[in-house]
Design a protein around this ligand. Structure first.
Ligand SMILES: [Zn+2]
Length: 196
């Protein structure tokens, strides 16, 4: 269950939230299902959080992996999980590793078949997984609201419907830059981090 105090604690741990957070996106070459353009989806997900924060949350690309507090890593099939975020320590500071599984054929039916036959649904899944996991990295917890990007499937709900409501807004891949995928509730929580 969402708890504001926990979110604030996470924010305080990720002390760099008030400065630009150095990030590094790993090369996923060789990871099953990975496409070179997935890197752009991760960058779009970072840009979405910045945009929805009103520009307060900033990210800057680190020169090397060792300088990054936030790392995006592409992983192979992880027990059907879309993604997972781990807290880490980077040079004595709190960091995060965001793991994203790009092989949509491994997500289970009926979602897998639909995503294999619909590249924009496949892009939607990878993009929204990046957005959700980055939300954890920033300090947001799961919610029970199906509308939220931070919704957890542990509360039930229809995977296909969750992704299709975003997919149905896309005419082209370029439209991903227009729609963050965050709900009003997600944005409210994000912005609460920056209230004086
Ligand atoms: Zn989650």
């Amino acid at each position: 269950m969402f708890s504001l105090s926990l979110a604030v604690l996470a924010l305080m741990q990720f002390a760099s939230l008030r400065e630009a957070i150095p990030f590094f996106i790993e090369d996923g070459t060789g990871v099953p299902g990975y496409q070179q353009s997935d890197r752009d989806l991760a960058k779009l997900a970072l840009a979405a959080w910045t945009r929805e924060s009103g520009g307060k949350l900033k990210f800057v690309e680190a020169k090397s992996q060792s300088d990054a507090l936030l790392r995006v890593r592409w992983i192979s099939n992880n027990n059907g999980l879309f993604g997972e975020t781990q807290r880490t320590s980077v040079n004595g500071k709190v960091g995060a590793v965001v793991n994203v599984m790009p092989l949509v054929a491994q997500l289970g039916e009926p979602l897998s078949s639909r995503a294999v036959g619909d590249s924009l649904l496949r892009e939607t899944i990878v993009y929204l997984t990046c957005v959700h996991e980055l939300g954890h990295a920033i300090g947001l917890n799961h919610t029970r609201n199906f509308e939220d990007i931070m919704y957890s499937f542990a509360y039930g709900g229809d995977f296909v419907q969750y992704f299709m409501r975003y997919r149905s807004r896309l005419q082209t891949r370029g439209d991903i830059a227009k729609y963050s995928g965050l709900s009003g509730g997600d944005i409210e929580i994000l912005r609460s981090f920056y209230k004086e």
